[in-house]
Ligand binder design. Structure first.
Ligand SMILES: Cc1cc2nc3c(=O)[nH]c(=O)nc-3n(C[C@H](O)[C@H](O)[C@H](O)COP(=O)(O)OP(=O)(O)OC[C@H]3O[C@@H](n4cnc5c(N)ncnc54)[C@H](O)[C@@H]3O)c2cc1C
Ligand code: FES
Length: 258
């Protein structure tokens, strides 16, 4: 993990309150390092010095391109993400990267992967899907959003494979929750990967009990590097806790209690 300044290359609103930001490196030497970043890992971004923004904000890596540029997608949900959304091209952002343990893509040899994303849990699944598709894995995505103007990256996921969009109110795609789709469709897959709000992860893991899968868990963080115990989640074995920032955010589906 390193602490470095990233340069904002582009900043675009892609859905309601949702920003896609391209970040470049301040040194060409880091390009090859960035291409080793694992899907599911995150940046821990510094957004200001005030009491309310002093703590870094965790934002998932949504994509990495051949030049080592990084894409993040975030929802403006408070002061920190609001400040981040106002950074213009050329601004510099202090970040710790890459943080956390991502999806174990190097150890997986899959015919079909099922990606199940909810809202702002969708971004890390794009980099994951792109990485798996490049290795010949068939990708099926089920992406849930609250309503039509919250939907983003539908074309990008469609390029990876079969992609189903659901919205809570039916204003785009199918009406309902991602788990309704799981119920209605007889989807054949080797492994599922899910990221989204905790109630969604609970519903998905309950529905897919016994299936091989991984979930990415999001929680409030302090240090982001495993030093402060702000982000613990109980281990399912009943013995102790896992740190989301260091042991996760990606866990095997049966590894932690949500
Ligand atoms: C591993 C991980 C990856 C994430 N990836 C993304 C992403 O790709 N896109 C995205 O939009 N959001 C993502 N989040 C959530 C994002 O970190 C919060 O929305 C953001 O920190 C809110 O900051 P704020 O200042 O705008 O809000 P505020 O509510 O003002 O934040 C106050 C404090 O609460 C913390 N906080 C608030 N909500 C969350 C949350 N859900 N998770 C963790 N900390 C929180 C902030 O870090 C800060 O310390 C991720 C969270 C985690 C843990
Ligand atoms: S945020 Fe400090 S231990 Fe995870």
């Amino acid at each position: 993990m390193m602490q470095t300044e990233l340069i904002v290359l582009a900043n675009e609103k892609i859905a309601d309150q949702t920003i896609e930001m391209q970040l470049g490196l301040n040194s060409d030497n880091l390009g090859t390092e960035v291409q080793k970043f694992v899907p599911g890992q995150f940046l821990h971004v510094k957004v200001g010095e005030a009491d309310t923004t002093m703590l870094r904000r965790p934002i998932s890596i949504a994509d990495v391109d051949g030049n080592g540029n990084i894409t993040i997608i975030f929802k403006i949900s408070g002061r920190g993400t609001d400040m981040l959304s106002k950074q213009t091209a050329g601004s510099r952002i202090d970040a710790l990267l890459p943080c956390g343990t991502g999806y174990p893509v190097d150890n997986l040899n899959l015919d079909t992967a099922l990606l199940i994303g909810g809202g702002i849990g969708v971004p890390p699944l794009y980099y994951l899907g792109k990485t798996l598709a490049a290795r010949g894995t068939r990708i099926i995505s089920i992406l849930g959003f609250q309503k039509a103007d919250h939907v983003f990256y539908k074309e990008k996921f469609a390029e990876l494979g079969e992609s189903i969009i659901v919205t809570d109110d039916g204003s785009y795609g199918e009406k309902g929750f991602v788990t309704d789709c799981l119920k209605e469709m007889d989807i054949d897959f080797d492994c599922f990967f899910s990221c989204g709000p905790t109630p969604m992860l609970q519903a998905v893991t309950n529905k897919l009990t016994g299936r091989h899968g991984y979930i990415s868990v999001e929680q409030r963080m302090g240090c982001g590097i495993g030093a402060c115990y702000a982000c613990v989640v109980p281990a399912k074995s009943g013995t102790g806790f896992k740190k989301i920032c260091k042991d996760g955010p990606v866990f095997a589906a049966n590894e932690v209690s949500l």
